[in-house]
Design a protein around this ligand. Structure first.
Ligand code: ARG
Length: 461
């Protein structure tokens, strides 16, 4: 059928050309073509299996669909707006290839269950690819972490120096976020992988189809129990967009840290030339475009989630053309996530150098060991709040005198409280401050080494 003709005998005239363009989804749903072909092949096999068409007709249709796949891959199949959407484009070409039997492909099916099937097959594939990319990203985080257990980095709360950390511990926090992302995609997959094929336009079909048969051929885990729900449910897409948004949140947080770290104010990392850009006017500049773009692209994924929620909220059952709007945001989110994950993985792997000397100086130059002085006294019987107040006083007088805690003489410590002894200096050294946080999940080196082993095991799952 071509849309230059009338829709059917019911119509008197063809579509206005502008309306045809407005209506068409072929410009973007061509992305689904391979899934559409696979879905249609399963459908005609089922039609033949159940005797709705003959085995011979089934074979012809399967082969014709395969021919279209080949033509598409060779760049020879490029349907235009006159085809309206990928489903019509395939049916029309199929009929050209196999003759009148091509007109049987749409028996016992509607584009409504068809497009739902295609979109799920597409998303199932893409989720697997994103999961693989997440694994690579996690692997690089882990590689860097393993080399930097003893590299110290300032830890912050409120973006104020708080307590020093093992750099590995800091990176493992992102590993854990990515681990949840990976698991979340697995959860989403379970609801993506349900077949609506055979739900028909909305109410099922008069033909003796076998929905389990097509589901099995297409590796779906289950089939929709209700035909109305099957053709109009987009929860799976919304769930994916939620998971996608969280992935972007995590990438964007890391991106933001890299941007801060590479600034002259922090100087914690150097960006390598392969992953940084210059300025067209300021010759001294080296800009962190990669993390900035990742941070920026986060917005569009959130936007697609919001758009999909709004598309769905007022839709009466069952299919409405509004649902055609589900695709571009979904495709763009998938592409954005894949590109962002790839870029961040490359940036970590080869675009970033931690300035360990500068990091060592940074953790030695501040009062981020103050908690440890209070803990020192508390461990020697002084109530913590009392110790906290004493140390607050020392910090104040030290700042006024332009000194750090390590510069105080033992005599000064003992004037403050008699419990202080010579081992206070060791207790407040950055290395010891980190090592001492040996509680489960803490930054102490022993804990971090255990966490690295556990992370390696998670990665191998
Ligand atoms: N191109 C349409 C979409 O993406 C396919 C389904 C059309 N169904 C219909 N009843 N007009 O949603």
């Amino acid at each position: 059928m071509t849309k230059e003709e009338t829709w059917s005998q019911r119509f008197e005239s063809a579509l206005h050309p502008a309306i045809a363009r407005f209506n068409a989804s072929i410009g973007f749903d061509i992305e689904l073509i391979e899934y559409d072909l696979t879905g249609s092949q399963a459908h005609v096999k089922m039609l033949a299996h159940t005797g709705i068409i003959s085995l011979e007709e089934g074979d012809k249709l399967v082969a014709g669909l395969e021919k279209i796949r080949q033509e598409y891959r060779e760049g020879k199949f490029q349907p235009g707006v006159d085809a309206e959407d990928v489903h019509f484009a395939v049916e029309r070409r199929l009929t050209e290839i196999v003759g009148d039997v091509g007109k049987k492909v749409h028996t016992a099916r509607s584009r409504n269950d068809q497009v739902g099937t295609d979109t799920r097959l597409y998303l199932r594939d893409q989720i697997q690819q994103i999961k693989n990319e997440l694994r690579e990203f996690q692997g690089v985080l882990l590689d860097i972490a393993e080399k930097n257990v003893e590299t110290l980095i300032p830890g912050y709360t409120h973006l104020q120096r708080a307590q020093p950390l093992s750099l590995a511990h800091h990176l493992l926090a992102y590993f854990q976020m990515a681990q949840r992302d990976w698991e979340r995609l697995g959860d989403v997959s379970r609801r993506v992988n349900i077949s609506p094929l055979g739900c028909g336009a909305l109410a099922g079909t008069t033909f003796p189809i076998d929905r389990h048969y097509t589901a099995k051929l297409l590796n779906f885990d289950d089939i929709y129990a209700n035909s109305l729900d099957g053709v109009s449910d987009r929860d799976f897409a919304i769930e994916f967009l939620c998971a996608a948004s969280l992935i972007m949140v995590h990438l964007s947080r890391l991106a933001e840290e890299v941007i801060l770290w590479s600034s002259e104010e922090f100087r914690f990392v150097t960006l390598k030339d392969s992953c940084a850009t210059g300025s067209s006017i300021m010759p001294q500049k080296k800009n962190p475009d990669v993390p900035e773009l990742v941070r920026g692209k986060t917005g569009r994924v959130f936007g697609h989630l919001q758009a999909m929620l709004v598309i769905m909220k007022g839709l009466p059952l069952a299919y409405n053309k509004d649902l055609q709007e589900d695709k571009e945001g979904l495709f763009d989110s998938v592409n954005t996530i894949k590109a962002s994950l790839e870029a961040m993985t490359i940036l970590l792997r080869e675009g970033l150098e931690f300035r360990t000397q500068r990091l060592a100086e940074a953790v030695a130059e501040d009062f981020s060991n103050a908690t440890d002085v209070a803990d020192y006294l508390a461990a020697r019987g002084v109530p913590f709040r009392e110790a906290y107040n004493l140390v607050g006083k020392v910090v104040k007088t030290s700042i006024a005198a332009g000194k750090l805690l390590k510069d105080l003489k033992l005599q000064e410590w003992q004037q403050l409280h008699p419990a202080f002894a010579a081992d206070i200096y060791e207790a407040i050294s950055p290395r010891q401050v980190v090592a001492a946080r040996n509680s489960y999940g803490g930054t102490g080196f022993v804990q971090v080494r255990k966490a690295l082993i556990a992370a390696r095991a998670q990665l191998a799952q």
